[in-house]
Structures are given as C-alpha cells and as structure tokens.
Design a protein around this ligand. Structure first.
Ligand code: AMP
Length: 621
C-alpha cells in the first residue's frame, strides 16, 4: 500500500515515493543472515519455506567448481572436507603469515602464492580469494532475499567486528561489490546490536553499553559509549579462537575419553571426527533446555549431563569474563559504569554463559531478541536510516589507532589521532628539506609509537612534478580523509604549482585484534624511551639544518669573514657534525648553542654589510 501525504506548499495530495529497500547483512564466521525493514520494524529474512533465518557461512564446490552455499553445503563438511570452505571471515584481509597457525584447524587448503601476500584458498586446481568466497555467501543471501521479497536487492549495509582494520573492512566491501551489491556502509557489529535494542535512537540519551558476543568460533567484548546518536567504541577485547565450537570440542573430548577411544585415531578419521563434532553440537544445544543428552554413533555411546557439560565449559567462560575485565580496564571504567549489557551470538543461549555474564556485570543482560539475529536486525535499522527514513540519526564510530606520515628522522607525524570520530578529514602543510627537490615520498603509518619503524605501514606514494625551488619554499598540503568504513584516502598537493596525487590505503595484510591491543600496550610501555628517541631525532634534524645553513654561510661570505672567524666556525660545525653521530641529545644541543652563539654576531655583521652595500648610491629623500 502506498503512503499518502500532503504537500503543504501546494496544498495538494502527493503520492509518496516508496523508499528503496536496503538490506542489512550480518556476514558471520559461522552463520550469516540478512534482514530488512517493513512498516518501521526489522525482520530477519526466512528461507523460502518460511523456516531458517541463518545461512551457514559454508561453501561447497563440486568437481565442476559449482558452488552450493548454506545448509546444503554444511553436510559436505563430513563427506568432502577438502572442497568445503568455512570460517572465511577469519581469512579476510589476511596474509599467509597471519593465518599459518590456523591452517591445521581448517579442513581445506590455504596458500600464499601472489605478491600481495593475501591468502587464497585452494579447491581442486582453482584458487579463490577470501573476498571471492565471501562474495559467494553474499550473493546467496542476495538471491534468497530477492526470491522471498519479490524485488531486486542491490543496496546493503554489512556488519564487521569493531576491531576489523581497514584492510578487512575494504575486503568486506569488495566482497559486497563482487556479489552485485552497492555497500552503503560497513557498520560495527556491537553498534548494530545496540541499535536493535533501541539504544542510540534517542538523541537525548547517553549510555555506556557492553556488548558480549559469543559466536561459534569467536568471542568479542566491546564497550561503547553512546551520546547524541554517536557510537564511540571505547575498547574491544576478546579471543578470535574461542566460541561454541570449543564447547563442542570439549564434549567430543569427553566422549572420546568415556568411550576409551584413541584421540589420534579419531583425528585421522575426518569423517568420524566430523560426525562426533556435529553430535556434540546437537548435545550442547539440547542441554540449553534439558538436563541430559543421550545418543549413539555406531558403537560409540554419546551421553552427557548438563552438570558435566557446565564443568567442562566453566574454564572457557572464565576466559571470556577475564577479557571483559580487560576491556573495562582499557576503557578506564568501573563495572558500575556499564548501563546495559547486550548478548549477541548463538552461544549466549547456554544458560551458564548468561548466568556468568549476569554475575560478572551485576545486572541482567538484554537477551530478549534472538542473539543470532540481533546484529543483522541492527544493520537493517541502519540501512533504513540511510534510506532516509530516519534523517535525524547520525551513526559514528571512532578509529582505534592513530594515522600519520613519516617525517625526517624516521619520526611519525600524527594527522588523525587515535579515537577520532569517523568520518574525519584532517590535513597539514609540509615543505621540502633540500634545494631543488622535485619529488616527495609520502609514507603512511598507523600506530601509537613515535618512530615509524615501530608502527604499521599502510602504504606510500611519491608526489612528483614539484617545480624546483629552494628548500622550504614549496607548500605541500597533505590531507587524510578517513571515511565511515575506516578506509583512508591520502591526498598530497603542492600549492604553488597545483600538482597533486592521491591514493586509497588498502593495507596489504591485516592485523589481528591481539596485535592491535599489543600496539597500544607497546606504546604505553615505551612511552618514556619513545619520548627520548623523539627528542634525540628532533635535535638531530635541527642540527643537520644548522650544519647545512652554516656551510652555506661560510661559502657565501668568504670575503666578509676573517680567516680566524671562518676556521672557528668550521671547527664548531665539525663538532656539531660529530655530536650528531652520537646518541646524546644534550651534547647535540650544547654544540648547536655554541655554534649559534658564535655565528650570531657574524650573521649580524654580514647582514649590515649587505644592507649598506645595497644602500650605496641610493638617494634617500
Ligand atoms: P553464531 O556464530 O553467532 O551464529 O553462533 C553459532 C554458535 O551458537 C554455534 O556454536 C552454535 O552451536 C551455538 N548455538 C546455537 N544455538 C544454540 C543453543 N540453543 N544452545 C547453545 N549453543 C547454541
């Protein structure tokens, strides 16, 4: 039914254009799902039979490389593990180096064979990038939505973990594009989950929220501060290898022990171990609402009580609680500062998980909305805002690490500081350090340390075509534009000539959440030594400039300066050059002072001489 509204200007009835459908997609490690808005409410899309909303993030390739996605692919995990791909999200934006320790855990082959060093997945004799594989999942979701809703779906909002870096966000965006979707926004998963509970929709409210997300293979805790519709990620923590799969594994190990089986025999028999794994998952789900599980696989007796299960998983849950404490510490918050706790992910259905989170935070968590759907529903709400149905809302995230460029001496000059709200644009003017310099290398880094070598390089480019000028004359403006998805565009322009160049930063490979946390920790640990190195480097750069200008001064004023003045100046320049080679910043500063003190009166004399020379013969009225 079309909405009717009145055009007050003309006093006429006008037919309102129905807003375009933009879907929200939760592209998960284990499961994905798609949601949409109808009559102002978000819904998770069910399959054609009105059943399942979850689409397992699993792809099976047959011998002709034809792909099957979702539930029908899942059964091949047992039958055809080499050609059945799962957990692709773990590989997004990663190099082989980043994931080689995961290889044993995956049933399929990952390889590193291209220069960009991004991993690929091998299926038969073909190679797929994680972007292509994610695109397959997204395309399946898109076609499912089109079938069920009976209209073309071409625009989407996709969610990613709050700690995803720009390479991982860009990969997700590229996967969407490849699937034929115009990705309007990449949104943080905890932001989407909060939106579903209505948090952030009221401009007046201010809240601090903890989003506890325990999925199949990953655990994330995010602390958000929300004010005036702005979502700020205060901290994130978690474990990229902890989730419901580990609960399944614990049950499996328990059965292996109870049935006196050899671990190595079970591990070698891929098909048996997958059957046991699936049975263990069934048991776990059953125990969320029952006290006992009992089944049989061949001669193997698979039974477990709820109490036994809980004692198996308590240490795993304790790990998640420790991560919550670390996240609070990083956000510099006491537990009482948390206004709300939101549960996300299928594994939060386990009663012991819920009870443990409640005990840890001292308040009942929000769990009324299906924890599997809560992120996708939030993505649909965000999509609706973008479609123009809720113009007052502005959703903003912050950048977790500072970004800047390398300046002389290997120092980083921060242009966008950590925790800046994105989207953000910032710029600064630079100049050349050598006469006649026609090129300038712009190297971009991310991190909190003072020296570039201790930070993470995002990329570099060369601004060419600067007209030759004396050092210090060119005006080079460097702009950083960080968009709402965390993708950085760097633009450099020489203002006198207008030459300009820009690139988008797509880092070659990603960093993990742990590495990011480590970078922040390192910056704190090394703050004092970094400051000392910065002071030393700055003294060195200043000294080099003084050495250069003193040499010029000596060369240009041979006639005005006495022999003794020249040799003393040269001696002091040599002394300064020598001090620069050392590590003592005080010595460099002392040598600079001595040289300055000695040459200052000489410089005045040279100036006076130049003025009187210029005035000679000129008439003064
Ligand atoms: P997600 O990655 O959020 O889709 O979560 C999937 C995980 O939730 C898997 O490990 C599932 O086995 C687990 N899960 C789903 N339903 C339940 C349930 N009723 N009880 C316990 N775990 C569940």
């Amino acid at each position: 039914m079309a909405k009717i509204s009145i055009d007050l200007g003309k006093g006429a009835i006008k037919e309102e254009q129905p807003n375009e459908l933009i879907v929200g997609i939760d592209l998960g490690t284990t499961n994905s799902l798609i949601a949409f808005m109808k009559d102002g409410k978000p819904y998770a899309l069910k399959d054609e039979n009105g059943g399942n909303t979850l689409v397992p993030s699993v792809i099976h390739f047959d011998e002709n490389q034809r792909a099957t996605i979702g539930n029908s692919a899942k059964s091949y995990l047992i039958e055809d593990p080499l050609n059945t791909i799962y957990s692709v999200k773990r590989l997004m934006g990663k190099s082989y180096q980043d994931v080689d320790q995961v290889e044993g855990y995956l049933g399929y082959k990952i390889i590193d064979e291209d220069q960009e060093r991004l991993v690929k997945v091998r299926v038969n004799d073909r190679f797929y990038t994680p972007i292509e594989l994610s695109a397959q999942i997204l395309a399946a979701l898109k076609s499912r939505a089109e079938k069920v809703l009976g209209e073309t779906v071409s625009k989407a909002v996709i969610t990613v973990p709050a700690y995803f870096n720009d390479a991982q966000r860009q990969s997700t965006r590229d996967a969407g594009k490849l699937a034929g979707l115009d990705v309007l926004r990449i949104v943080n998963e905890p932001t989407a989950a909060s939106l579903t509970y209505g948090i952030g929709l009221d401009m007046e409210e201010e809240k601090t929220v903890a989003v506890y997300d325990l999925g199949g293979g990953t655990f994330d805790i995010s602390i958000l501060h929300i004010t005036q519709g702005i979502f700020e990620v205060l901290s994130t923590n978690g474990d990229t290898f902890l989730g419901g799969d580990d609960f399944d594994r614990a049950i499996m190990d328990f059965w292996i022990k109870e049935n006196k089986l050899e671990v190595s025999t079970v591990n070698q028999d891929k098909s048996l171990s997958q059957s046991l794994r699936l049975k263990a998952e069934e048991a776990k789900k059953h125990l969320s609402t029952h006290d006992h599980f009992d089944a049989q696989i061949g001669t193997i007796h698979c039974q477990i009580s709820k109490t036994q299960f809980e004692s198996l998983i308590q240490p795993l849950i304790n790990k998640t609680l420790a991560a919550c404490q670390s996240a609070l510490k990083d956000a510099k918050l006491e537990i009482e500062a948390i206004d709300q706790v939101i549960l996300v992910g299928g594994s939060t259905r386990v009663p012991l998980v819920k009870a443990s989170v409640e005990k840890c935070f001292g308040k009942k968590p929000f769990d009324a909305i299906d924890p599997d759907q809560v992120v996708a529903l939030g993505a649909a709400i965000q999509a609706d805002i973008l479609a123009g149905n809720n113009k007052d809302l502005l959703l903003i995230d912050v950048t977790p690490l500072s970004m800047g460029i390398e300046t002389i001496g290997g120092l980083i000059d921060v242009i966008i500081p950590r925790n800046s709200k994105v989207p953000v644009k910032a710029g600064r003017q630079y100049t050349t350090s050598v006469d006649g310099q026609v090129k300038l290398k712009i190297a971009v880094f991310q991190g909190e340390r003072d020296m570039v070598q201790d930070n993470r390089k995002l990329g570099e480019f060369i601004l060419e075509g600067i007209p030759p000028m004396a050092a210090g004359l060119p005006k080079i403006e460097i702009h950083f534009i960080l968009d709402a998805d965390g993708i950085l565009t760097v633009k450099a322009q020489e203002l006198r000539s207008g030459v300009s160049q820009s690139i988008q930063m797509r880092s070659q490979y990603g960093i993990t959440e742990e590495e990011m946390g480590q970078m922040l920790l390192d910056s704190l640990k090394h703050a004092k030594s970094d400051m000392a190195i910065r002071a030393l480097q700055e003294a060195r750069v200043e000294a080099q400039n003084i050495i250069l200008s003193s040499k010029k001064f000596l060369k240009n004023n041979v006639e005005i300066l006495s022999e003794e003045e020249r040799s003393t100046t040269q001696k002091l320049v040599d002394q300064l050059s020598e001090s620069v080679k050392g590590e003592d910043k005080d010595l460099i500063n002392k040598a600079m002072d001595e040289l300055n003190e000695y040459t200052n009166p000489l410089a005045h004399r040279v100036m006076d001489h130049a003025i009187s020379h210029a005035m000679k013969g000129k008439k003064i009225d």
